[in-house]
Structures are given as C-alpha cells and as structure tokens.
Design a protein around this ligand. Structure first.
Ligand code: PLP
Length: 393
C-alpha cells in the first residue's frame, strides 16, 4: 500500500511513472503511455518542455523566492503580459500557487468591492478544494441549476415570464462566478443565451463578473480563455493549471474597472509564495511559448480532429455514447450499464494499451485533454485503439 494519501475516487493505476517527455509518460519498465490528460489538465505544452526547463533553471539561479518586502521585475512584467491577454491593461494581478487559491482570492476581493450578500454561480461548477467557493453556504451563495435551460424552447431572451429566471435574486447578488465549461469535470458547457442574460442582469445592476479559467484557460478550449466563447467581458479572472505547465503557479487578474473599485484598499491575504519570481518566470515562458509557437491555433485544429473523430466513433456505437467538447477538452459519456462498469473496463483497457485518459469517478465519463502540442498521429492512434476497445468492452 502507498504511504501517500491520494485523491478519493481515483484508483492508483500507474504507480511507477519515472519519466515524462512531451506527450509521453514512461514507467519503470520503460513502457510508454500517451498522456491524453496533460496530468490534471496542467502540462499543456507537454512534459519537460525545454523552454520551461530553461526558464526554471535561469530563474532559480537568479532569484526564485523573495519575501513580503521585495518585488521582482519578472513578476511585474509577467503580470503585465497576463493582463494584456485579457485586454486588462491598467488592471492588477497577483500570482499564487493553486487554482483553488486563485478563485478564492477573486471571491474574497469581490465581496470587498460590492456590498451585497450573495455571489451567484452554477450549481454544478467546481472551484477548488477549499474555501467559500468550495463550501458555498446558502448565506453567501446562490446556486443556479442551468440544465433545464439547455433545452428551453423560449426563443427570446430570458425574462420575467420564466419562473426559473424570476427565482434569481439579482437585487441581492454582488457578482456572478462563471465556470465556462467542465461542470464538475463532466465536460458540459452552459448555454450562450443564458450566460449573456445573466451577464447583462448582474452587470446592469452594478455587480461583478468573475470567471474561473483554471481548467478552461490558457488555450484548453481552442481560444486563450473559455469565456471568449461567450459575449462577455469579465472583471476578475482566476487562472492556474496550464499557466505553470505542471509547476504550481496560479494568478488572479483584475480589470481596470475592478482595480478602480479596489482603489488603495488593502486585500488582507498573504501567503509565502505570493508573487514569487520563479512562478512568474514559468508563467511568462508558458505565455511566450504559446504565442511564438502558435499553440492556441494548433490546439484548436487538433481539437477538431479529436472531437470529430470521437463523434464519428459515438455515431457508430450501439451503446448510446455521447461526446461533448470544445478545443482540446473532450468528454465521452459512455452509455450502457447504469453502474458505469463499462466505463471502468474501457478506461483500464485504454491505459493497458498505452493511452492515459481520465475516468470521472462514478459518472461513466472519460475525459480527454491532451497537451496543445499533441501529435496528430497520437490522436489518430488513440481513436483507432478506442474504437477497438469499445467494440470489445
Ligand atoms: C474548474 C476548476 N477550478 C478550480 C480547480 C482547483 O485548482 P487546483 O486543483 O489547482 O487548486 C480545479 C481543479 O481541478 C478545476 O478543475
């Protein structure tokens, strides 16, 4: 038995990974696996990317960590580059260590800025491992179930004629925290019309728009950020995972509007690695690599190959399998047995045959989130193996 404590629900299947390079993992016996999960959606440029290794080495030698009284040009500069990706020139940025922390920081600031009791979010969204957005008490959160809206027959905009719309207490809402896709890892995307209407109502009432881009950001959905598939302009954006390509750095950015509301008020939050030069140097190199190597466009193209391939497999399957996806973020809901035993068999067989995908525990959903650098032949190799595995599962 492992000495380590692991995530609940996920079975420890490959216990001896000793090396990772590009889109491949290698176990102690030298067997190669194609990593179609990018770790936990993190290694978007692929493992051991030479530019990231060099950036880490150089920054480690220069200065890795400072302290509460010392700044660094690299953190300032990376903050500027990150703000510019959102069109937030003149805004503010903080570097932290995890996605959970970046979301929580944004939530804390939003509550400081607008004095109303509730933040709104979608009932199925995931925001992290702890904190207010994790606990979502009824005193502080209004959670909206958007699933019925996905099949709403009403052709116009959302309005008071709809009971579900009327149930949203906009006058008590200070902001909307939006996860633009994924929904507890089930790879679902809330409808554009609903988001546009919530956006208008919250913004129109002076509230803030917060976006959780921990999973959907940094190219995962075929654009830089998942919110760019919606016609909205956020005030606060949390990023993590792909920002560090596996190194634990995250960030929260504030638009000029949010920064103006903040003014010179103090955010009473401090942790040891806040704005560390090393994390900032990694994030800067990730951003520059993506730009210089055209990886957003590449990811979008590879996403089309993947999702079209999966859809054509599902169309040929008799078990009612369903595919959802955007860019290189795909989910296959395996139909068939209610207890999702078929999904467990398929997952196991894929890993045995050298393809690492993620099984969302208990839901029968396989998630496929390859690095933006994934080779077309590896996607095609996976699709061929997947078809064979599905046939025999
Ligand atoms: C959508 C979403 N938000 C936030 C988080 C939390 O990020 P982290 O695990 O880095 O704290 C995750 C992690 O899986 C996530 O998927």
């Amino acid at each position: 038995m492992s000495r380590l404590l692991w995530y609940p629900g996920h079975e420890l299947i490959l216990a001896d990974i000793v090396r990772a390079q590009g889109c491949y993992l290698y176990d102690a016996a030298g067997k190669r696996y194609v990593d179609l999960e990018s770790g936990v959606w993190c290694a978007s440029l692929g493992h051991a990317h030479p530019r990231i290794i060099r950036a880490i080495e150089e920054q480690q030698r220069a200065v890795a960590h400072t302290g509460f009284n010392f700044g660094s040009p690299v953190a300032e500069e990376t903050g500027g580059e990150l703000l510019a990706l959102h069109g937030f020139e003149g805004g503010r940025c903080v570097f932290l260590c995890s996605g959970s922390e970046a979301v929580e920081y944004g939530v804390r600031v939003a509550r400081m800025l607008i004095d109303r009791p509730l933040l709104m979010t979608m009932a199925d969204s995931y925001f992290g491992a702890y904190g207010s957005a994790w606990g979502r008490s009824e005193e502080e959160w209004f959670s909206f179930d958007w699933f019925p809206c996905a099949s709403c027959p009403h052709e116009g905009e959302c309005d008071e004629g709809c009971e579900r719309w009327r149930s949203i207490p906009f006058e008590r809402i200070s902001g909307f925290l939006f996860e633009p896709g994924s929904s507890s890892g089930l790879v679902r995307f809330p409808p554009e019309k609903l988001i546009r209407n919530i956006y208008r109502a919250v913004r129109g009432g002076g509230g803030l728009i917060l976006v959780n881009e921990v999973t959907t950001g940094i190219g995962r959905t075929g654009r830089w950020f998942g919110y760019q598939h919606y016609d909205i302009e956020p005030d606060i954006v949390a990023m993590g995972k792909g920002l560090g390509n596996g190194y634990p750095v995250s960030a929260t950015v504030f638009s000029p509007r949010a920064s103006e509301l903040l003014g010179d008020r103090e955010i009473k939050y401090a942790q040891s690695h806040q704005n560390d030069p090393l994390g900032a140097a990694v994030a800067r190199e990730v951003i520059r690599t993506i730009k210089e190597e055209g990886l957003i466009e590449r990811g979008a193209r590879m996403g089309e190959v993947l999702i079209e391939g999966l859809r054509s497999l599902a169309a040929r399957s008799a078990a009612g399998d369903q595919v959802r996806g955007r860019g290189l973020m795909a989910g296959v809901s395996l139909g068939g047995e209610a207890d999702s035993a078929r999904a467990v068999r398929v997952h196991r067989a894929l890993i045995e045959r050298g393809f690492v995908v993620c099984l969302r525990p208990g839901a029968g959903v396989l998630r496929i989130d390859p690095p933006l650098t994934v080779a077309r032949e590896d996607i095609e190799g996976f699709l061929g193996t997947f078809e064979d595995v599905l046939r025999n599962a």
